[in-house]
Design a protein around this ligand. Structure first.
Ligand code: SAM
Length: 290
């Protein structure tokens, strides 16, 4: 079957039937069926001249076909054994493609690609967007960029972080990467049609994070401020600092205690976290993001 037929819904339906898959919400199985979006992504990824692409969740392979045309090596990591097997059968003639049946959250980028640089591509299963982003950040030593389709609301919150319309996850991503929105994608570009709108965006990892504080302390402060968005900073900090320290810490950081945490810039968050760190009354072990 010509892979470009995968943008034809009736072809997608009959292929799914043939391989015995009825799309699972749990796995975010909404397949891209929009030829214009596939072409746009092919062009965008190609402009980055990647050596190695890791595709997260290739599904039926509508995008995998485009990726093998623009990179010397593509590793497609799919959790659903039936989809992986079908993809191997249909695209197995491409010597530069390897299909791996595996949970992307268990995939060790660093071990697999030590000393190389990888571009990650993925139309993500939306329910595990945050764990996947965290996983990519942990493995950023070998990942240069990630070109992703996610729920639009999540992408917008990340783009607006730190800020009033941002999120703790967004601050986390922005701490390690530049972020750029590339294109909005409507619901009808997928089969089955999802409940939410989507967005194609990219993140490019920075050489060094935007903060100097010890990572767990920094994110403990960020999580506390974004988890108490309605509270003034001086009240929110009561969750993690002895009350009698708060005034001095805020004064030294030159942060207005009556402000909301989400209005603080990276340098203010960093300075505040550095001053909080020696006094934290919570266990920060394993603390990153919700
Ligand atoms: N790339 C395909 C497309 O655009 O048509 C499918 C994208 S669909 C939104 C998400 C894909 O991720 C599905 O194929 C699903 O089976 C796969 N998936 C879900 N959880 C996964 C995981 N933990 N690791 C790897 N793949 C996963």
């Amino acid at each position: 079957m010509a892979p470009d037929l995968l943008t034809d819904q009736s072809v997608v339906r009959s292929l799914l039937k043939k391989i015995g898959v009825s799309p699972a919400k749990r796995l975010g199985q909404n397949f891209l069926v929009d030829g214009h979006v596939v072409s746009m992504i092919r062009e965008h990824v190609s402009s980055k001249n990647p050596d190695v692409i890791v595709e997260i969740g290739p599904g039926l392979g509508a995008l995998t076909q485009a990726l093998v045309e623009v990179a010397p090596s593509v590793l497609a990591v799919e959790i659903d054994r039936r989809l992986a097997k079908s993809l191997e059968t249909r695209l197995g003639n491409h010597a530069n493609l390897e299909v791996r049946t595996c949970d992307i959250l268990q995939f060790d980028f660093q071990k697999e690609f030590e000393g190389r640089s990888v571009l990650v591509f993925g139309s993500l299963p939306y329910r595990i967007t945050a764990p996947i982003l965290k996983h990519l950040i942990r493995h950023r030593r070998v990942i240069t960029d990630a070109c992703l389709i996610t729920q639009r609301e999540v992408a917008e919150k990340i783009a607006h972080s730190p800020g009033k319309h941002g999120s703790a996850l967004g601050v986390f991503v922005h701490s390690y990467a530049d972020v750029a929105a590339l294109r909005r994608i409507g619901k009808t570009s997928f089969f089955p049609v999802p409940e939410v709108e989507s967005e194609y965006w990219e993140l490019s990892f920075l050489a060094a994070p935007r903060f100097a504080t010890e990572e767990r302390a920094f994110f403990t402060v960020v999580r506390t401020l974004y988890g108490n968005r309605r509270k003034m900073v001086r009240r929110a900090l009561q969750d993690i600092l002895p009350v009698d320290r708060i005034h001095d810490v805020l004064a030294s950081a030159q942060v207005d205690g009556t402000a909301r945490g989400e209005t603080l810039s990276f340098s203010e968050l960093d300075c505040l976290a550095q001053l909080c760190q020696p006094h934290l009354i919570v266990n920060v072990a394993g603390s990153e993001i919700d």
